[in-house]
Design a protein around this ligand. Structure first.
Ligand code: KIV
Ligand code: ZN
Length: 510
């Protein structure tokens, strides 16, 4: 493996991407994408196929006229005079103009599509490059692409010999496209390496991969490590058929591989959204890095790992911190039957409702049961279950009435199983009065902690004026957290006690 050079990001969204759109962009639309490319900091931009239409010629000319001095501006030309002249005319005002010409050299294409002999094809290529170079003069460059290079395994010696002459004719950038991705990335990468070794050092080798089998990113990245310096990519992977290599994936992979890439990665997410909107090609759910689901965790194990590493740069279940690409939406937890207590805790807390981990453990089975029926549960449904399970604990203890009858004297009516109780309890407040009555009924409780919170603090989202939080200790020394809510603080206390009684009984029976 050779020493790597600084990667040269050459974007082809405005050419390969544009030619594959259902409605190709006009100049104004291309300018928006062009500006995004500049903010990302790509080193080269192929602005179009100037011979394709008057509209594209106009767009290429305009973009060349507004291009910054340090960015290479190219347009595509078949290896024919007319196309080459169109490109030269369109990009002449750029500071770094480049004519990009190409012809297919695979045996299959030469025979069945071009219907020409290899020697004829070689001559066309050399003549095209010579002509392009004569139009560019000293100021501009010529890039030559071996269309269908990926299909040239059997005639690679012919391709290499031709390329040597094409370089002598004036091309300084040789692009090796995987015009149709048909087989293993490694086979292609080996061919790239053969060409790198055969051509003079000053020649820049480029790769241009289509994504027909979904491996364009892998092929591009590995081609870089095999000596290709110019990486032809597109925004959102736009391009013919299944698209071209996605620029974001290559950039982030190289970044993660500690390669110094000169791009502003923080512009990726915003760019992706703009491109999706303008192209009408939606970002699919599972799209790497930018997909809506790319930050979602649904299995309990993943949710646990994701939460434990949430604020760290490296995450247990993500390749980057989302902020690296300018995504400010957090990792998101979707609750399904595969999810667990950590997600329950996180989703409810994030929604602004109070819950302890112990409570999350307790209510998780009910939430999972609901998710089994409907799939991913919306937060609203999780909260409904939470409110029921936390504030209306089902059990044998049923409160009928609680009222103050005199100073320090309270009346409590409740049922336990089939038995009805009506008792007066004494205490300096409703809670102690209630506990005293329960003790007389044969249900003494050990109170560890009592807290009442006002609506505007912890109670966000709970429909009541007051909430009581009580911790009881069970005879076997377990701590049970229970809550009650009501518009009356006294009733909130008593409801919390009864929720606690039912919870303690559930624990005892489990
Ligand atoms: O895919 C391809 O081969 C191309 C060339 C014209 C570079 O787009
Ligand atoms: Zn292409």
């Amino acid at each position: 493996m050779q020493e790597t050079k600084k990667p040269f990001f050459y974007d082809i969204t405005l050419r390969d991407g544009n030619q594959a759109l259902k409605k190709p962009w006009n100049t104004k639309e291309k300018e928006i994408i062009f500006n995004q490319l500049l903010s990302l900091g790509v080193q080269g931009i192929e602005v179009g196929f100037s011979g394709a239409s008057d509209m594209d010629f106009e767009a290429c000319s305009y973009l060349a006229s507004i291009a910054p001095d340090n960015v290479v501006i190219s347009a595509l030309a078949r290896a024919v005079k007319h196309d080459i002249e169109k490109v030269a005319a369109a990009i002449k005002s750029a500071n770094k103009p480049r004519i990009h010409t190409f012809i297919a050299m695979s045996p299959f294409n030469m025979k069945y599509v071009l219907r020409k002999e290899p020697d004829e094809v070689k001559k066309i290529a050399i003549d095209a490059v010579k002509y392009a170079k004569s139009l560019m003069g000293e100021k501009g460059e010529v890039q030559f692409s071996v269309e269908h290079f990926g299909d040239c395994k059997e005639n690679l010696p012919y391709v290499i010999d031709s390329l040597k002459e094409i370089v002598d004719a004036g091309a300084t950038i040789i692009n090796l496209p995987n015009t149709v991705e048909r087989t293993r990335p490694l086979e292609f990468v080996k061919m790239i390496n053969e060409v790198v070794k055969a051509l003079p050092e000053h020649v820049t080798i480029a790769v241009h991969c289509h994504n027909d089998l979904g491996m364009a990113t892998a092929t591009t990245v590995e081609s870089y490590f095999a000596g290709a310096v110019q990486l032809e990519c597109s925004l959102n992977g736009l391009g013919e058929r299944a698209g071209n290599t996605n620029l974001y994936e290559v950039a982030v992979t190289l970044h993660n591989s500690e390669i110094d890439i000169h791009l502003d990665l923080s512009k990726i997410y915003e760019t992706a959204l703009i491109v999706a909107e303008m192209s009408g090609v939606e970002i699919y759910e599972k799209c790497a890095l930018i997909g809506p689901d790319a930050l979602a965790h649904r299995s309990g194990i993943h949710q646990d790992g994701a939460l434990k590493t949430k604020d760290m740069e490296k995450g247990a279940y993500r390749p980057i911190h989302p902020s690296l690409i300018g995504r400010d939406d957090d990792e998101k937890l979707g609750f399904t039957s595969q999810s667990g207590k950590t997600a329950v805790y996180e989703i409810i807390t994030k929604a602004g409702y109070p819950i302890t981990m112990q409570e999350a453990v307790r209510i998780t089975p009910a939430i999972k049961e609901a998710a089994e029926k409907v799939g991913e549960l919306p937060t609203r449904n999780i909260l409904d279950i939470y409110l029921k399970e936390i504030f209306e604990v089902k059990g044998n203890f049923k409160l009928i009435e609680f009222k103050r009858i005199d100073e320090g004297k309270f009346n409590l009516q409740f049922t336990y199983k089939d038995k009805k109780f009506k008792l007066n309890g004494m205490g300096d407040g409703p809670l102690s009065g209630c506990l005293d009555a329960l003790k007389q009924a044969g249900f003494p409780q050990k109170l560890l902690h009592y807290e009442q919170v006002a609506m505007d603090e912890e109670l966000k989202g709970v429909d009541a004026d007051a909430m009581t939080i009580i911790h009881f200790e069970t005879p076997d020394k377990q701590v049970v957290v229970c809550r009650g809510k009501d518009n009356s603080t006294a009733k909130a206390n008593v409801k919390a006690v009864f929720n606690g009684l039912n919870l303690i009984e559930q624990l005892h029976n489990s």
